[in-house]
Ligand binder design. Structure first.
Ligand code: 2P0
Length: 352
């Protein structure tokens, strides 16, 4: 009877990540196999984090999930795939207090309850799915006493969302693309840890927190089906950029990092524009931010600031040497920053 009463719970937090070389397009939609490598920076865990509590108990009759406190359907293939993969790695758990061995191997008839909390706008291009799926997989793996390493967990998180594999690591991360057909080597690899480039500062400007009109998943599908530019990008451009970006990160070479980051953001949005029907993720404010940064960099002769935009209008701005540059940059902007009541521009300042 005692065995029927137990509940095991785990809570984990995972930060989101920002791609500086973008993933856009899948070779296999079910396995979520990106068509090219990507490189990202994982944010400081104090900001834009998701928190997930998971529980397992013989008293649970089926798997359930509450997203931000509201129950959501688990019928989607992605959650099921992640859940199935983590379950298959489950191990028995020794409970220290009660001294009872919880038999989790294969999970038998045991079901899980999952409660992810995302405290920033979802589907607004802030990579909420990256942090959310990474956190879900990580917390389930802890709950089920999974022994596999982070790289295996990253491959499982990738099946929830392509960008999620990168959030399993801090610092600078490469989300590697398909080489094996089953995706077993489509994993995340840490390039450098979070201490590697201390004076790199990231600012996130939420130009609009409205939900984007085209989801990443359907946008990518349409791009793969209709854009000729995407093939050129995936085969000819990104492989070279990955090598250059890895070098720039290794050497903390901000001008090279900035040039590659801006160029890749712009090419990603060019590929979206090359899609039929065209996808517009940026708005007028996004374009003004680009002009502002480009003018600033041009006047300095060498890049001082980098921008990158994902599948939404918000912007990530990268600086080095913050104290000197931040006040000057904001003086050079024609819009209010930080925001005031006259604008819908909100800001999150990430890092010190
Ligand atoms: C990235 N993005 O590398 C790129 C840049 C958006 C622009 O990964 O379908 O939410 O779940 O694999 O991971 C957004 O795509 O899409 C994304 P799915 P995901 O961060």
């Amino acid at each position: 009877a005692n065995a029927e009463k137990w509940v095991l719970t785990v809570t984990a937090q995972t930060p989101t990540n920002i791609a500086v070389i973008k993933y856009w397009g899948k070779g296999d939609e079910d396995l979520i196999l990106p068509i090219n490598d990507s490189i990202s920076v994982t944010l400081d865990p104090d900001h834009l984090c998701t928190t997930t509590s998971v529980a397992v108990s013989p008293a649970f009759t089926h798997d359930r999930m509450w997203l931000n406190g509201k129950e959501v359907s688990l019928s989607g293939g992605r959650f099921q795939n992640c859940l199935r993969e983590v379950r298959s790695c489950a191990n028995d758990v020794e409970d220290e207090k009660e001294g009872v061995l919880k038999s989790l191997k294969g999970l038998g008839d045991l079901h899980v309850h999952m409660c992810p909390t995302i405290d920033f706008p979802t589907a607004a291009g802030l990579a909420s799915s990256a942090a959310g799926l990474a956190c879900l997989v990580f917390s389930l793996a802890k709950l089920m006493n999974v022994k596999e390493d982070h790289s295996r967990l990253s491959a499982i998180a990738r099946q929830g969302s392509g960008s999620a594999c990168r959030s399993l690591y801090g610092g600078f991360v490469n989300g590697s693309f398909l080489k094996e057909e089953n995706g077993s080597d489509s994993i995340a690899v840490q390039l450098a840890d979070e201490k590697h480039w201390d004076d790199l500062v990231i600012i996130i400007a939420v130009v609009s927190s409205r939900q984007k009109e085209t989801s990443s998943t359907s946008g990518m599908r349409e791009t793969v089906e209709t854009s000729m530019l995407l093939q050129h990008r995936a085969k000819e451009v990104v492989p070279e950029r990955i090598i250059q970006m890895e070098e720039a990160i290794k050497n903390r070479d901000f001008p090279a990092f900035a040039r590659l980051t801006c160029a890749d953001s712009n090419q990603f949005h060019a590929v979206c524009l090359d899609t039929l029907p065209p996808i517009f993720y940026m708005n007028d404010t996004s374009h003004r931010i680009i002009s502002c940064v480009e003018k600033w960099n041009c006047s300095e002769g060498t890049p001082q600031v980098a921008y990158t935009f994902d599948a939404g209008p918000k912007c990530r701005i990268n600086f080095t040497q913050t104290e000197k540059l931040l006040p000057n940059f904001f003086k050079g902007c024609s819009f209010h920053f930080p925001p005031n009541s006259d604008t819908d521009l909100n800001s999150y300042v990430i890092g010190d």
